[in-house]
Design a protein around this ligand. Structure first.
Ligand SMILES: Nc1ncnc2c1ncn2[C@@H]1O[C@H](COP(=O)(O)OP(=O)(O)OP(=O)(O)O)[C@@H](O)[C@H]1O
Length: 340
């Protein structure tokens, strides 16, 4: 099993770079989520890895084999890379079984059908083998499309928004079967998603993209807890960026002071997530300007000195207009020297 490695990958459309100097590694048996706002280059990267686009600069290699460089381009069909797009289009004129068997090209018919049936069985659809795709629900079609891609035993599997279009319940069901199956298959898997919670929950690795560049890559825990910049932090959920000033190891903010012994004196940006703000009798006064029930808890909007901040609390103890006392959790907030 081999790593898929991107180094310095650039692709331009006219004067504009859709991706620029991108490097990351997809590892066998691991699922890497590409996360980033619309237009950050996620789909372009998938197309480059699949070989549907040529790179302008940089290399894409599978182990020692170069798949793409400025002067070399392996065609998509010989890369060993499987691609499943959002609309997971099955061939409407082929049965469910034949759709999966389609991926098994060179085999004798009987062996091919037996293997396709075994794959369908893995996802609980063996009894639907003789159906037409349109007889199946969206979630079932999704599973068939994935099995069609997996039938070829790709070394790399790319999934572009595989869960968009599925309702919440179906998403859960598809994910529960899919992710363990993908890890066992040993393929290096990349998944494009807009859903931050999904990426944090399910991926082994993240690649955070912004304007065609990688802001940060690493495990979900590392990316969430140790963002490299306020921009990277913003990609993984709600944050407030407070400005502050460090003097002699102490940062002063609108919401109180923080230890900052590892910071040089000067202006800083402080990344605060809702769960890094605590209701604290010893804290500073803040006014509640919004309360929202969020299922597992309550989201408060707090205001102090003209700055607002979100706080997540288990109990709904305060209403709009109330005053509460809060502090920032020094272990959970992150300070960055202010970029000029
Ligand atoms: N064929 C193309 N011609 C011109 N520009 C393109 C082309 N494909 C992509 N781009 C541009 O490259 C940038 C990256 O696009 P890409 O589709 O990769 O982003 P994305 O992160 O997948 O976005 P989304 O989440 O909206 O799908 C965008 O600015 C897009 O307009």
């Amino acid at each position: 099993m081999t790593d898929l490695v991107l180094e310095g990958v650039t692709r331009r459309y006219g004067a504009k770079a859709a991706v620029e100097g991108v490097g990351f590694t997809l590892r066998p048996g691991r699922i890497t989520a590409l996360l980033g706002p619309s237009g950050s280059g996620k789909t372009t990267l998938m197309r480059l890895i699949a070989g549907l686009e040529a790179v302008g600069a940089g290399t894409i290699r599978l182990g020692d084999e170069i798949l793409s460089s400025a002067d070399l381009h392996t065609p998509p069909e010989t890369r060993g890379v499987g691609l499943v797009f959002q609309d997971y289009a099955l061939f409407p004129h082929l049965s469910v079984l034949d759709n999966v068997a389609f991926g098994l090209g060179g085999m004798a018919r009987k062996a091919r059908d037996a293997k396709a049936l075994a794959l369908l069985d893995q996802v609980g659809l063996a009894d639907r083998a003789r159906n037409w795709p349109h007889d199946l629900s969206g979630g079932e079609q999704q599973r068939v499309a994935l099995m069609r891609a997996m039938a070829r035993e790709p070394k790399v599997l790319l999934l572009d928004e595989p869960f968009s279009g599925l309702d919440r319940h179906l998403k859960g069901a598809v994910r529960d079967f899919l992710f363990p199956a993908l890890r066992v298959s040993g393929a290096a898997v990349a998944i494009v998603t807009h859903d931050v919670d999904e990426a944090l929950l399910l991926a082994d690795d993240l690649v955070l993209l912004h304007q065609g560049r990688v802001l940060q890559s690493g495990t979900p825990v590392d990316c969430y807890r140790e963002p490299v910049s306020p921009e990277a932090a913003r990609l993984l959920g709600e944050v407030t960026v407070l400005s502050g000033r460090v003097e002699e190891g102490v940062a002063t903010t609108a919401f109180g002071i923080l230890p900052a012994t590892d910071q040089v004196d000067g202006e800083v940006e402080i990344v605060v997530r809702p769960e890094s703000v605590r209701l604290d009798r010893a804290g500073v006064l803040a006014k509640v300007v919004g309360v929202r029930f969020a299922g597992q808890g309550f989201d408060y909007r707090l205001e102090r000195e003209g700055r607002t901040l979100s706080l997540r609390a288990e109990e709904g103890r305060a209403d709009v207009g109330d005053t509460v006392t809060v502090s920032l959790d020094p272990a959970a907030v992150r300070l960055f020297p202010k970029s000029r």
